[in-house]
Design a protein around this ligand. Structure first.
Ligand code: NAG
Ligand code: NAG
Ligand code: NAG
Ligand code: NAG
Ligand code: NAG
Ligand code: NAG
Ligand code: NAG
Ligand code: NAG
Ligand code: NAG
Ligand code: CA
Length: 384
């Protein structure tokens, strides 16, 4: 399908790009034959290149409902019906021998079909093709070659050399791309040629395409034989249009899918953003909390540091106090010791002392005791 489209586009392009327009277009025109026995093309080409083998092919559209419409007729000095091809298979001739091929020409009128006849003296076989398919084969006499010196006639039949056109064999149909090749084409080659009438595939066989359609279009015509647009351009446009419409539909569908996907992505993106926002807010809250905790911690640490400093200061004070206390205690101890020994040795004489004055003026203490407190220790005991 794409190959065909491509070919059509190329043809289209060729037509559009060619400035000469009508001249180029004529190459692609078909011929429509009128419905009288005077509507034909006849000429006398040199047929010697086709003497030992040939292939005749053309796109044919049957419009005449009468029997045996002849689209190809070649007379020669040997027989007036060297070759005669009808579009209904009736009265088909090869080297003057008639065949009735109506049972294989089952194409309904108004339908284009590709009709070929191939032959070679080497194979001694002539083969008839319809739309690339072999529909009939027959052997030809050994040593027989194509008779020379005759006329080619398109659109009617001959009973003699260039004579005998009459109402019973009027072609009256349409013809396109009649070519005669100077060799027997193979079945696969003919199959390829039959694929699409709008593709100029026959140009592939240029060296053996001896009688060319574009040359036939230049021949003088007898009666009502007119060129007609081959409608390939229109077909190409139609095909192109349907292909483009299909592609457009497909693209539309894809676009919708893409739009839907985009919407879904947007939605998902939105929800992700929402979640992100939530996370950011939560994080902010955590940070605030963390900052508060840090400030509180800093405050606690500061207070701890202050407390520690104070404690340090207190420790120093305490140590100083303790030292002073230790000194005092030492002094007190010394005093006490002294007092104890004194009391033991001297103050026991008190029983002879009647008043404290006697005691104080007793010889061991006189001038010695200056601190009344030291004596009171003993005095309390003494007073009682
Ligand atoms: C393209 O779509 C339109 C409407 O949806 C439809 O009518 C038409 O047949 C489609 N064409 C092709 C080639 O699918
Ligand atoms: C694409 O979407 C539009 C709007 O939703 C709708 O009108 C149209 O029919 C859709 N086309 C296809 C091919 O689904
Ligand atoms: C997320 O936060 C930004 C900035 O605050 C805001 O512009 C955006 O609309 C928010 N997105 C959603 C989905 O709430
Ligand atoms: C937390 O403290 C840091 C540093 O002091 C500051 O940059 C940040 O903005 C604070 N965050 C909040 C949520 O207060
Ligand atoms: C902690 O507190 C001290 C003094 O109170 C201040 O100088 C310092 O900047 C604070 N540090 C923080 C991290 O807040
Ligand atoms: C508390 O003291 C320590 C050790 O001296 C110091 O490293 C820290 O910064 C101090 N903290 C504050 C909040 O002053
Ligand atoms: C005070 O005396 C006690 C007991 O004798 C001793 O342990 C302590 O270290 C002394 N204190 C000072 C500051 O000299
Ligand atoms: C002094 O005597 C008293 C009472 O007899 C005694 O408790 C104390 O330990 C003595 N002091 C000294 C330093 O000997
Ligand atoms: C106390 O002194 C009196 C007289 O002065 C003396 O007679 C007495 O023996 C003394 N007491 C003691 C226990 O020595
Ligand atoms: Ca005749």
């Amino acid at each position: 399908m794409n190959q065909i489209l491509c070919g059509l586009l190329l043809t289209l392009f060729f037509y559009v790009a060619n400035g000469e327009g009508s001249a180029e277009l004529r190459r692609f025109n078909m011929l429509k034959f009128g419905n009288t026995d005077q509507d034909y093309i006849m000429y006398q080409p040199n047929m010697s290149p086709l003497a030992s083998e040939f292939t005749v092919c053309a796109w044919i559209r049957r419009l005449n409902s009468a029997t045996r419409p002849v689209w190809f007729s070649y007379s020669s000095s040997v027989t007036s019906k060297e070759i005669q091809i009808t579009d209904d298979g009736y009265q088909f001739y090869m080297f003057g021998t008639e065949s009735d091929l109506r049972s294989v020409y089952t194409i309904s009128p108004g339908t284009w079909f590709y009709n070929c006849l191939s032959w070679s003296s080497a194979t001694q076989t002539r083969t008839v093709y319809i739309n690339g398919r072999v529909v009939d084969s027959a052997s030809t006499p050994a040593g027989r070659t194509l008779g020379q010196g005759g006329y080619l006639l398109f659109g009617n039949e001959q009973d003699g050399l260039g004579t005998g056109m009459d109402g019973g064999e009027i072609f009256g149909g349409e013809m396109y791309k009649l070519n005669v090749f100077s060799r027997m084409l193979t079945t696969s080659e003919i199959q390829e040629l039959a694929q699409n009438m709008c593709v100029d595939i026959e140009q592939k066989y240029e060296s053996t395409r001896y009688i060319k359609w574009e040359d036939i279009l230049q021949l003088s015509r007898n009666g009502d034989v007119t060129e007609k647009d081959n409608s390939c351009l229109l077909e190409a446009y139609k095909l192109l249009n349907s292909e483009l419409t299909e592609r457009l539909n497909h693209t539309r569908l894809e676009l919708n899918t893409t739009v839907e996907e985009l919407a879904r992505t947007r939605e998902s993106l939105h929800s992700t953003e929402e979640r992100l926002n939530e996370t950011v807010i939560a994080l902010d809250r955590s940070e605030t909390g963390l900052n508060k905790t840090l400030i509180a911690l800093n405050r606690s640490e500061t207070r701890l540091n202050e407390t520690l400093e104070e404690l340090e200061r207190t420790k120093v004070t305490h140590r100083e106090t303790e030292a002073r206390l230790n000194e005092t205690l030492e002094i007190a101890d010394n005093l006490e010791e002294k007092l104890n020994s004194t009391l033991e040795s001297k103050c026991l004489l008190n029983s002879s002392i009647t008043s404290h004055w006697d005691f104080l003026y007793a010889s061991p203490f006189y001038g010695e005791v200056s601190h009344s407190k030291s004596c009171r220790l003993y005095g309390d005991h003494w007073k009682s």
